[in-house]
Design a protein around this ligand. Structure first.
Ligand code: TXA
Ligand code: MG
Length: 343
C-alpha cells in the first residue's frame, strides 16, 4: 500500500527552500514549479526515491523521467558525450523549455530511464526550480506532477488536487508561464529528432541544428504494435474525465456544429471572442491567433471542465504552427485522436 503523507505546502522563501532541499536529500518527493508545468522531483541518483515517483503518479514502469540540472556543469556526469549540435541547442535555449536525450552515463540509475540506455536532461529557467536544484545539491528527476493520465499541473493547487497525501511537499511558485511541457528532442542519432513539441518550436530548433526529423507520434496515433520513441507519447494523456472531441473549422461552422449537439453535460472549449454564437456552456482558452496564451491556459481549462462536470467537450481545434503544435499535440491526446473536420 502507498504510504500516506501530510503534504506540506511550502513558500519559495529561505525556509521553504531549505525544507524542500532536506526532504529531497532524504529521498522524499517534492513537487516543484518550473516554467513549463510543475514537476514531481526526487534525487535522480537515489534509485529508491525515483521508484517512489512511479508509485505516487501511478506511472507505467516503462515511461522514463527527465533529469533537471541548474548549471551546465551538471550535464557531464549524466551523459557519456555531448554532441556538438546538442551543445549548440543548449547554448541557444538553456535554461528553458527544452529537453534533450543523450546516451546515459553509469551514474544515472536505470530506473530513471525505465531501462533505456539514454537519459533525458533539461535545464529549467524558473528561478525557484534553479534554486531548489542548487539547494538539494543533486540533479532532480521529475515528471509532470499530475496523476498519470490527467492534465499536467500548472499551479500548486492543481498538484494538491492530484497528489495530496501521496507526496511530502509542494513548493508553491505560482502559475507556470509556458503551461505545456518542454520540447523533447532526441540528440543520439544522426539527425536530431523531435519527440514532443513544446515551448521551443521546430522553427527555433532548425534555426540552430539545420536539420530536424519529426517523430510521427507528434501528430499521429501509433499503429498497433509500433514501438514509441518517446514512451510517454503512447499513453492516453492529458485527459479530463469528459470525452473530448476536437472540431476544426471557422468560428461559425464550429458554433453550428456544437449548438446542434447541445444537451446535458455538453460543453464547448473555444477561442476568446468566439463565444457569442454558442448556445452551450463554454470555457475559452485564449484567442485563435495566440498560441502562447492557449498553451498557458490549456491544462487549467481541461481541469475546470471536470469541475463543471462536463461529459462531452467540443474543443475548437488550434492551429498547429509554432507553439500551437504543442497545444494541438496535447489536445489531440486529450481527445484520443478524435478530430472532426468541418468545411
Ligand atoms: O516540461 C517538462 O518536461 C516537465 C517539467 C516538470 O520539466 N516534465 C515532464 O515530464 O513533462 P514527463 O515525465 O511528464 O514527460 C517526459 C517525456 C515523456 O514523454 C517520456 O517518455 C519522455 O519525456 N522521455 C524521458 N526520457 C526519455 C528517453 N530517455 N528517451 C525518450 N523519451 C524520453
Ligand atoms: Mg507528464
Amino acid at each position: 500500500m502507498l504510504t500516506q503523507y501530510q503534504t506540506l505546502l511550502l513558500s519559495p522563501d529561505e525556509d521553504g527552500l531549505a525544507a524542500a532541499a532536506s526532504l529531497l536529500q532524504a529521498g522524499e518527493l517534492v513537487a516543484i514549479p518550473t516554467e513549463t508545468v510543475y514537476g514531481l522531483a526526487a534525487n535522480a541518483f537515489d534509485e529508491q526515491a525515483v521508484g517512489r515517483i512511479f508509485e505516487a503518479k501511478g506511472r507505467p514502469q516503462d515511461n522514463p523521467l527527465i533529469v533537471h540540472i541548474a548549471d551546465f556543469d551538471g550535464l557531464e556526469q549524466l551523459v557519456t558525450a555531448v554532441p556538438p549540435r546538442a551543445l549548440a541547442l543548449a547554448k541557444a535555449y538553456w535554461p528553458g523549455p527544452l529537453t534533450m536525450i543523450f546516451r546515459r552515463s553509469r551514474l544515472v540509475p536505470a530506473a530513471v530511464s525505465a531501462g533505456l540506455d539514454t537519459v533525458a536532461v533539461r535545464m529549467p529557467s524558473h528561478p525557484v526550480a534553479r534554486q531548489i536544484i542548487r539547494a538539494a545539491g543533486v540533479p532532480l528527476a521529475a515528471p509532470s506532477a499530475n496523476r498519470s493520465g490527467s492534465p499536467s499541473p500548472t499551479t500548486a493547487q492543481h498538484v494538491l488536487a492530484d497528489m495530496m497525501g501521496r507526496i511530502s511537499a509542494v513548493l508553491d511558485g505560482g502559475e507556470c508561464e509556458v503551461g505545456v511541457e518542454s520540447t523533447v528532442v532526441d540528440m543520439t542519432g544522426e539527425v536530431p529528432c523531435l519527440l514532443r513539441p513544446g515551448g521551443v518550436t521546430p522553427e527555433m530548433l532548425k534555426a540552430v541544428t539545420g536539420e530536424l526529423a519529426v517523430n510521427a507520434a507528434v501528430t499521429e496515433q501509433l499503429k498497433q504494435g509500433e514501438t514509441a520513441a518517446s514512451p510517454g507519447m503512447k499513453y492516453k494523456h492529458y485527459s479530463p474525465q469528459a470525452k473530448v472531441t476536437l472540431v476544426k473549422g471557422s468560428p461559425r461552422a464550429y458554433a453550428e456544429y456544437v449548438n446542434a449537439r447541445q444537451g446535458d453535460g455538453v460543453m464547448a472549449m473555444c477561442f476568446d471572442g468566439e463565444e457569442a454564437l454558442l448556445r452551450v456552456p463554454y470555457i475559452t482558452y485564449g484567442s485563435r491567433e495566440d498560441p502562447l496564451e492557449q498553451a498557458h491556459r490549456v491544462f487549467d481549462v481541461l481541469r475546470r471542465l471536470d469541475e463543471r462536470h462536463a461529459r462531452q467537450v467540443y474543443c475548437a481545434c488550434p492551429s498547429a504552427h509554432g507553439v500551437g503544435l504543442a497545444v494541438y499535440n496535447r489536445l489531440l491526446r486529450a481527445a484520443g485522436f478524435e478530430v472532426i473536420a468541418l468545411d
